[in-house]
Structure formats: C-alpha cells, structure tokens
Design a binder for this molecule. Structure first.
Ligand code: GLU
Length: 482
C-alpha cells in the first residue's frame, strides 16, 4: 500500500510552502491509490505555539484536502501527535545505544558553547568533537546512576552515503561532513531526525515528499535507517518557493505573505489557491491552465516537478482568482461574499438580498475583500452627497437638475428591468433628445453611488432596482435645490 504523509510542526501558521507540500502529497496519494496521513511533529517544545495545530488543520481543510489518518480522525498507526509517542522514540534510541550506533553524551551546554567558539575562531564548521565517545562503559554507567543529564548522539559512520531522490536523481554525501546528531534530548524528547524516521517507519510511509530545505537531513535519515536495519522510503524534495526577487519566500523578508491564511482572509478562493499552488513547481504536459482537484489527481506526477525554485507571483495568483470568481454561479459567489457584505449590511438600508449587487460585482472582483469597498453604494441608507461632485465641470446646477429629472423620468417609464435594456433604451432616448452622454451620466452616477467612480451606471441602476434608483435621484435633486 502506498502511504504518504504531511508532517507539520505546530510552530506557527501554515506556510505557503507547507501547503504546497501537503497538496502534492495529497494528490500523489490519490493518484497512486494510496493513503494520505497527517502527523503533528511537536517535539520542539521551545517553538511550540498554542493553537497552531488547529490553524494548520483548518488551512488544509479550507483547501479541500482530506486525510485518511491523523490526530483528528485517528487510525491504526496512531497516535498521530509525536508528543504522545515519546516512549517509542526512547526505545529505539536505547536500541541504537545497544548496537553501538549511538552513544551517550554528557557534555554540558557551557562545554559545547566553548567548543563552538573555539571552532569559530579557527574558522571551522561547528561540530561535536566526540569527547563522550571515549568514555568507558563503567564511567557511563556511573554517570547514569548519578542521574547526570545526557543526550543520545548518532555515531555517524565513516564512508559515503548514497541515495536516490525522485526529482534530483542520485545524491552522494561524504559522511565526514556530518556532525554526530543528537537523537534524544536531555528533556527526554526526541529530535526531529529520530522521531521522523521512527514514525515514517512505524506508519509504513512509502514516499517522503517534502521541501528542498530537508535535503541535508535526508542523509542523516538514511544513516539512521541503516543503523536500525530498516528499509528507507523513497524520497522526493520539492523546489523552494521564491519571492519576486528570487529569494526563498520567508517570514523575515515577505512577512505575512508567507502564510496561507493571509490569502484566505483577503478573499482568495480555495479552488484558485489549489490551482496556483499546484503550479508552484509542477506543470502539466499541455497548455491547460485551470485544474480542479480531480483533474490535478489525473495529471499530477513527480516526474514533472522541476528542480529549480518556483516563483510565487501574487499578480498571477490574483489573475487566477479573478478567473475563478467569474466562473462561480451568482448564487455561489453571493454566498461567499456574505462575510464581506455583513459589516455594510449592518450599517445600511434594509436589503432583502444581495444577488443583484453580486451580479454587478462579479466581473470586477479580483479578490472577495474588494466587495466591501466596491459594494458600499448598494447598502447606504443615506448617501453623503457632495454638491460639487454632483455638478460636473461641463454643466451648471440647473442643467444637472434637468439631467437627473430626465433620467428619473426614463426610469419611471421603464418596463422590463434588465441591465442591457435599461442601457440601450436610455442611451437611445438621450441621443434623440440631444443629451451628451457625459452630461447625463456624471450626475446620475454620483446621485446613485455618492462616488466619482463606480461600476457601470446602468448596472448600478439595475442593481439598486427601480424604487431605490428613483428615491436616490429624487434625494440628489433635493440637495441641489437647497
Ligand atoms: N516537521 C517537519 C516540518 O515542519 C517535517 C519535515 C518532513 O517532512 O520530514 O516541515
């Protein structure tokens, strides 16, 4: 059985790169008829952030990803949270000591920092000097009996480690470049390396697909698999996600733009996000641009994942989003916009439903949050009309009143209420009656929206409905007559 996993650490928000990793694992598991497992790697207690796990899960669910096993759904390989599996890691660390593949290290923090400082001064790479490897068995026993704090370190063997990465091909690393990794910390918690391989093994993970930043860890994992006599899974390391200046997308440089939920809050659609994330390192073999999840499952393969970093282009993402907004049914879009309309609705005139506004906005929105600013005119109970804005540069007050009266009369006479018809009828009449378009439409736009800029005047008219349009024109005339 093919089994893939996504193994986030609850140290903050769900990073865009992690969301992409989760998506690829999810797609592959489905494509290969396998299972997708969610595991929480919370062994770094110092970086633990309360609430982070819930937000990560919420982000994955928002994207539409589902897992067969995980902390919230259980499964026969559980528990799926590493802090609930501590005794397991301890057992394997002890096994490694017994076989001689690992050793106790009693060095104090102060000795280690002195060592680091010395190495730094000599411009050497910091690494453990194996002082504790020289301790006699009796010495070790004695220190353990005295309950001296210790860590367990992996003894990196001599030689070269070779493994194959599905995306990068054969990787060969000289073991002499690797430090003796800590596997079990003095607080009894495993480090990432130990916990990760014990869990991948026990959970029978067949493919480890993760970000490129984990590549240097993989050689250590291979050495651990060998030391424990286990078969390693297959590995694929996904390319970095880069910002516009081609630097790795990072919290320090890119701020909140690295978090998935930033986009959710701004009103990106999950469908657009999935489509866009899929393209962060992968491309189909043809020109197809729009993919829903089933189509991605069909087309996705690791063979088509690139090695080079993928640029996260927010303009492109916006474009994708606008296309997805256009494709929604008005009713669906209207439902999704309710959260953005709500504050306006609370303050404005009583509105029976917002479908007409949604219809007016649909072709204009790039992200849902724009609906708040672009749709405010619809909800206003009383527009704050500016006389100077109502009267355009080309006509005076008297002429402006005439324009508003003219438009109002046409609306009163209007039979069928349809945006296209309102436009053609009024424009035809205006032309026959000698109204320059601008002189007529400028004051109407301001009267109906209170703004200089708005969606098309006729669509606004249609969106407001006959009654509200007449009422607003009347109010504007009143303001000008005062
Ligand atoms: N816990 C690691 C992370 O936060 C997982 C790395 C891996 O997939 O092995 O990304």
């Amino acid at each position: 059985m093919i089994r893939l996993r996504f193994a986030p650490s609850p140290t903050g928000e769900l990073h865009i790169g992690s969301a992409r990793t989760a998506l690829y694992n999810f797609l592959l598991a489905q494509k290969l008829g396998g299972e997708f497992i969610l595991r929480i790697e919370d062994t770094d207690q110092e970086r633990f952030v309360e609430g982070s796990q819930d937000r990560i899960l919420a982000g994955l669910k928002w994207l539409g990803l589902k897992w067969q096993e995980g902390p919230d759904v259980g499964g026969k390989y559980g528990p799926y949270v590493q802090s609930e599996r501590l005794t397991l890691y301890k057992k394997y660390a002890d096994d490694l000591i017994t076989s001689g593949a690992a050793y106790y290290c009693f060095c104090t923090e102060s000795r280690l920092s002195e060592l680091r400082a010395e190495q730094e001064a000599k411009k050497l790479a910091p690494r453990y000097d194996r002082a504790c490897l020289k301790l006699s068995a009796e010495d070790v026993d004695l220190r353990l009996k005295k309950s001296e704090p210790f860590v367990i370190r992996l003894k990196i063997p001599e030689g070269t480690t070779v493994f194959r990465d599905i995306i990068r091909g054969e990787m060969s690393i000289d073991n002499s470049t690797i430090d003796d990794q800590v596997l079990l910390k003095s607080d009894g918690y495993p480090t990432y390396h130990l916990a990760c391989i014990v869990d991948d093994h026990l959970m029978e993970i067949t493919h480890v697909v993760r970000g490129e930043e984990w590549l240097p860890s993989t050689v250590k994992h291979i050495i651990l698999y060998q030391a424990l006599g286990w078969t390693a899974p297959e590995f694929a390391h996904l390319p970095n996600i880069l910002n516009k200046s081609k630097a790795k997308l990072s919290k320090r440089k890119d701020g909140e733009a690295v978090w998935l939920q930033t986009y959710q809050k701004q009103g990106y659609l999950p469908e657009a996000m999935v489509n866009f994330l899929a393209f962060m390192g992968w491309h189909p073999s043809d020109e197809q641009e729009f993919f829903d999840i089933p189509e991605l499952v069909e087309s996705f393969s690791l063979e088509r994942v690139q090695k080079a970093g993928a640029i996260f282009d927010t303009e492109k993402l916006k474009w994708f989003n606008a296309q997805y907004i256009k494709k929604l049914s008005v009713a669906d879009l209207d439902q999704r916009l309710q959260a953005w309309y709500a504050p306006l609705m609370a303050m404005g005139r009583p509105v029976a439903n917002t479908l007409s506004l949604t219809k007016v906005l649909q072709s204009r929105l790039e992200i849902l949050s724009e609906a708040t600013a672009n749709g405010a005119w619809f909800f206003s109970s009383e527009l704050n009309l500016d006389k100077n804005l109502l009267v355009s540069a080309s006509i005076d007050t008297a002429e402006t009143i005439k324009a508003l009266e003219y438009f109002k009369q046409k609306i009163v006479e209007m039979g069928e209420w349809e945006a296209g018809k309102i436009k053609t009828d009024i424009l035809a009449a205006a032309e026959a009656d000698g109204w320059p378009r601008k002189n007529l439409l400028w004051p109407v736009r301001v009267a109906l929206t209170g703004e200089k800029f708005s969606p098309d005047v006729f669509e606004v008219t249609w969106g407001l409905g006959k009654e509200v349009t007449i009422e607003r024109l009347y109010q504007a005339i009143k303001v000008l007559q005062q």
